[in-house]
Design a binder for this molecule. Structure first.
Ligand code: SF4
Ligand code: SF4
Length: 436
């Protein structure tokens, strides 16, 4: 259980923020969950109404409140479109922390978050075992998408088509780096993130390729941990803060000063920029300052390449012979960070591709991290809407900037047998330097 002091602080902050909601209901039109279920309890307005009586509700039916709060993708569509500027995500995150603090974590979550996630060495070792023996339980299903499915009936994996763990994770391919700046005169710290490390190491490789091409110095400290979002989404502020501190020590090393912190994961970027400062408000002032300074210089790789290095769209010629490509806006990039133009510039910098926009490119893909694990049917129903929109674009490749979205879109395309490749935006740009 969290300290009473912390619970009281969070409860007070929550009360102050809740009054901003006018109950206008405009969030209904943009909530991907409400679009599937039509339930008022699923939309932001319904959840905020529940939270306005939290002190009472928490005593009467804490489990019920927690179940309601967990029915949310934390996609931020409501917050991005709220006319009153209600900080819906901040409120939901704090409310989850209050609930977990009051009720405690389940033994499974405790074991995963505190036993594994907060100890990167152990986490890496367990995942290495998983990669070695996963072939016993899963089998390949689609070579273009590189997806697999369960070999035997499995309640955990159900019908999912997923990307298996990479045989050699990124941290084993490139344990650490310290490269001096080249022509750009800039140096960045590269925060890798769990999904790129363990499932999509090729995205890490593409990131290094483009940084090297532009003469950018790279500092990649060994021993990086998770950004903390899985733990925080479950209300585990203790693990979250431990991970912030562990990463802060590595990423903010006075011996390796860098101009920017760059990530190729939209979720990691938005967590470092928005949630690290939000949840470290009770830390000592010096630590808060460090977190705020790091957050201020954190950029998504597409932002860094376009805004800081001036990468521009190629001269657009005839479309003949080019590969049709479409783009999915990750919620954590567009709605949380306002980054939507830069990835499109990056994609169009490669003259071998032509961008064909899909309808509703910024409609959530339905992943939502733990939401996909707890509510797979609803998550997949939202994902199918994304898949249908990808089909309407007639593209052969779908690009996006978040590894979690890549997983969800791969699942949807693979289950439907659609021959559309899923790539990270930076892979498309890096492709220029491989294909010449
Ligand atoms: S969260 Fe915003 S959009 Fe939704 S009901 Fe409240 S004020 Fe309206
Ligand atoms: S965060 Fe997304 S899923 Fe949750 S209430 Fe807001 S719009 Fe709906």
């Amino acid at each position: 259980m969290s300290s009473l002091k912390e619970l009281t602080r969070l409860m007070k902050e929550l009360e102050d923020q809740l009054v901003a909601c006018m109950r206008c209901g405009l969030c209904q039109a943009v909530c991907p969950l409400f679009a599937e279920t039509g339930r008022e309890a699923d939309v932001a307005r319904g959840k905020l109404a529940l939270l306005s009586g939290l002190a009472q509700e928490i005593l009467q039916n804490p489990q019920g409140v927690q179940d309601h709060l967990n029915r949310c993708l934390l996609c931020g569509s409501c917050a991005a479109n709220c006319p009153s500027g209600v900080k819906v995500l901040d409120i939901f995150i704090k409310a989850r922390a209050i609930l977990a603090g009051y009720m405690g974590l389940s033994p499974l979550k405790k074991a995963i978050f505190r036993g594994l996630l907060s100890k990167p060495d152990w986490f890496n070792r367990i995942m290495a075992w998983g990669a070695k023996f996963q072939g016993i339980f899963v089998k390949p299903v689609d070579d273009l998408l590189g997806s697999s499915c369960a070999r035997f009936m499995s309640p955990l994996l159900s019908d999912r088509h997923f990307k298996p763990l990479a045989p050699v994770p990124w941290h084993r391919q490139v344990p650490q780096l310290d490269i001096a700046p080249g022509a750009s005169n800039l140096k960045v710290t590269f925060f890798v993130g769990c999904l790129i490390d363990k499932i999509f190491p090729q995205v890490g490789e593409a990131t290094l390729t483009v940084l090297e091409h532009h003469g950018v110095g790279v500092y990649l400290p060994a021993g990086q941990g998770c950004c903390g979002i899985p733990a925080l989404s479950s209300g585990d502020t203790q693990t979250f803060k431990n991970l912030v501190r562990l990463n802060l020590k590595l990423l903010d090393d006075p011996a390796a000063p860098c101009d920017y912190l760059v990530t190729a994961c939209a979720t990691c970027s938005s967590t470092i920029k928005n949630l690290w400062p939000l949840m470290m408000q009770d830390a000592p002032p010096e630590e808060q300052e460090k977190v705020a300074a790091l957050a201020a210089r954190t950029l998504d790789i597409s932002q860094f390449l376009v805004d800081k290095l001036g990468v521009a769209t190629a001269v657009l010629g005839a479309e003949n012979g080019k590969i049709a490509l479409t783009y999915h806006d990750p919620c954590h990039l567009k709605k949380s960070l306002g980054v939507a133009a830069q990835p499109r510039v990056l994609l169009q910098a490669n003259p071998h591709y032509v961008l064909k926009e899909m309808p509703e490119s910024d409609w959530c893909c339905g992943c939502g991290g733990s939401f996909n694990l707890q509510h797979y049917e609803t998550s997949a129903a939202i994902g199918k809407r994304k898949r249908d929109n990808i089909a309407k674009s007639h593209a052969r490749v779908v690009a996006t900037g978040c590894p979690a979205c890549m997983l969800q879109i791969t699942d949807m395309l693979s289950q439907a047998g659609m021959r559309v490749a899923v790539k990270h935006t930076v892979e498309i740009y890096a492709d220029m330097f491989h294909s010449g």
